[in-house]
Design a protein around this ligand. Sequence first.
Ligand SMILES: *[C@@H]1O[C@H](CO)[C@@H](O)[C@H](O)[C@H]1NC(C)=O
Ligand SMILES: *[C@@H]1O[C@H](CO)[C@@H](O)[C@H](O)[C@H]1NC(C)=O
Ligand SMILES: *[C@@H]1O[C@H](CO)[C@@H](O)[C@H](O)[C@H]1NC(C)=O
Ligand SMILES: *[C@@H]1O[C@H](CO)[C@@H](O)[C@H](O)[C@H]1NC(C)=O
Ligand SMILES: CC(=O)N[C@H]1CO[C@H](CO)[C@@H](O)[C@@H]1O
Length: 309
Amino acid sequence: MYLLPIALALFATAYAAPKPHIHKPPHANNTAIKCPIIFDGRIPRNLTLSSFDSATTSPYNPDYVKGENTTWSSILLFPKYTAPSRFDDVKIHKPLEVTIDNRSLFRAGQNLQVGFRRAGLLLKDDANDPGADASDAGIVTFHWSVKQDAARPLNLSHEYMNIWHEKADYSGNQFNFVGGVVLIGDGGTGVDTKIEKEKWRVQNYKNEFVFEVPIDFGRWQNFAVQLDYVRNTIQVFYSAGKAPLEAVTEALPNENAGGGQLQIGVAKKPTETKTVVLDGYHELIPLRGEGQIYGGIFVEKSDGGCISV
Ligand SMILES: *[C@@H]1O[C@H](CO)[C@@H](O)[C@H](O)[C@H]1NC(C)=O
Ligand SMILES: *[C@@H]1O[C@H](CO)[C@@H](O)[C@H](O)[C@H]1NC(C)=O
Ligand SMILES: *[C@@H]1O[C@H](CO)[C@@H](O)[C@H](O)[C@H]1NC(C)=O
Ligand SMILES: *[C@@H]1O[C@H](CO)[C@@H](O)[C@H](O)[C@H]1NC(C)=O
Ligand SMILES: CC(=O)N[C@H]1CO[C@H](CO)[C@@H](O)[C@@H]1O
């Protein structure tokens, strides 16, 4: 077992906190989205891969969180045969795939952090400082949809932490969205069985599983996590395919303080590890060899109980 807070803190040193500027929320009501959008991470159809290398054209921060000497245009893909997800407007948006390979490495000082492979998108206007943007106050719902790429499968014998909201001081996360065999030190069993590994799970701030569902290798799976910063609760919503989301937990007690940023992408942890960050086993991943397809990424204002389902 390793000490989780240390592991997470080191994990976070993969990048320095960016200082984005705050825009007015965009407006889009031609989908199932019904509440004011704080951040829109959906991908306009006219974006090219190189759009993600520039802050003027990318919905995401072009500089973080990616391996040394790589560009987003060499990490991302547009899946050719994947229809847009529930909260994407088929006329306007398209899916995006985040990939990892052996370039997905970070350095802390002199040390290469060989324990994990990561490519992580940050919404361009999502400031790290607590209270610096509207996604850290009131009631906020974080939405994303995932689909699996049969040509670039994740190796679910490993733990994948693909979405999380990380506190501004990197001392912990308000929630995580994880797949695969979750390491013992992260609240999992570490047991590599088919049932155990082929699951998505949402973890609360203590890494306790509050929701789990089998990974669907055919359809989109749509997730939403609602944080109530006033009452300090977390509630999870879910659906598969085009179906409306349903609440799959109550509003459960959680520790939501600390601000921070939504992290979106692929973070593959090692097996046979003590530190997660600096040691452990990884097989060699071919160039863009593993991928996670995303759609419908947005953050909405849920004050007064508003939620898009
Ligand atoms: C995509 O289209 C929008 C709306 O027409 C336009 O504002 C934007 O500049 C275009 N982006 C690119 C990268 O062409
Ligand atoms: C990135 O490029 C620098 C300069 O060429 C090189 O020293 C470094 O080893 C490269 N990093 C990786 C992970 O390949
Ligand atoms: C990644 O693997 C390729 C061979 O597939 C190798 O040429 C390259 O040096 C490796 N890069 C790193 C950063 O390990
Ligand atoms: C998947 O990961 C396990 C655990 O690290 C490893 O033993 C296995 O070889 C990997 N599978 C592939 C196809 O790389
Ligand atoms: C982003 C946006 O314009 N949201 C609006 C969508 O429509 C509902 C009412 O149906 C408004 O309350 C939202 O502000």
